[in-house]
Design a protein around this ligand. Structure first.
Ligand code: FES
Length: 56
C-alpha cells in the first residue's frame, strides 16, 4: 500500500527501514523522502512505523 504519494513510498519500504534501525519520522524522511513534500503522509507513516516497532 502506498503511504506517500508524492514520493511513491510504500508501507513495505517503511517496515524495511524500521527493520534496519529507523525509529523516527525524521530518519524515514531522510532515507525514503516520505513526508518531505506535502506532508500529508506523515501521520500514516508514523502509524506504520510505530506498529512495526511494536512487533520488533
Ligand atoms: Fe508524502 Fe506528499 S504524500 S509528502
Amino acid at each position: 500500500m502506498y503511504v506517500c504519494m508524492c514520493y511513491g513510498v510504500t508501507d513495505t519500504q517503511i517496515k524495511q527501514a524500521v527493520a534496519k534501525g529507523a525509529t523516527d519520522v525524521k530518519t524515514l524522511q531522510s532515507q525514503l523522502g516520505v513526508g518531505a513534500q506535502c506532508g500529508k503522509c506523515i501521520r500514516m507513516a508514523r502509524e506504520v512505523m510505530e506498529q512495526e516497532l511494536d512487533c520488533i
